[in-house]
Design a protein around this ligand. Structure first.
Ligand SMILES: NC(=O)c1ccc[n+]([C@@H]2O[C@H](COP(=O)([O-])OP(=O)(O)OC[C@H]3O[C@@H](n4cnc5c(N)ncnc54)[C@H](O)[C@@H]3O)[C@@H](O)[C@H]2O)c1
Length: 125
């Protein structure tokens, strides 16, 4: 399958990508490296540096981004500001990042599924 992992340079995303590559899937990641690391990048996965909050601004789209979004079968949505304490101190930043990023991901109607992680679960039901 053709799989997109958002937050692929983070802790959960990295381990997920390792497993998906091992299972023979074609894998790409979108990450803005706000809390993720270049050192986490796995050979065989295509990484695009992009802030998912900008998905609602077509002028910020680029060819590379279209390339990884095109023809995706499944999205594992792991991109988030995941720490709980900062989201209590500054909920606006957490809501803008986590909510908007999820809102503008491609429509589930075009793909077989979106798997999300705990910071986004309230938005996916
Ligand atoms: N780490 C755990 O033990 C654990 C356990 C249960 C659930 N989760 C959930 O898994 C998800 C990921 O957690 P994690 O521990 O891997 O966090 P992490 O901070 O290591 O990874 C999150 C990744 O998302 C990226 N990101 C954040 N906002 C982005 C944006 N707007 N656009 C593009 N990329 C963006 C970051 O740069 C980072 O690489 C969270 O939803 C978290 O709640 C984590």
């Amino acid at each position: 399958m053709r799989v997109l992992v958002t937050g692929g340079a983070g802790f959960v995303g990295t381990n997920l990508i390792k497993r998906l590559l091992k299972d023979g899937h074609e894998v790409a990641s979108i990450d803005n490296y706000s809390t993720g690391y270049k050192e986490n990048e796995q050979e065989g996965c295509k990484y695009v540096n992009y802030n998912l909050e900008d998905l609602n601004q077509p002028t910020l789209f680029d060819k590379e981004l279209f390339g990884v979004l095109d023809g995706v079968d499944t999205i594992f949505h792991m991109a988030a500001l995941a720490r709980i304490q900062p989201s209590i101190v500054d909920p606006t930043t957490a809501i803008n990042n986590n909510f908007n990023s999820t809102l503008y991901l491609p429509s589930p109607g075009k793909i077989t599924g979106i798997e999300s992680s705990s910071s986004m679960l309230p938005l996916m039901v």
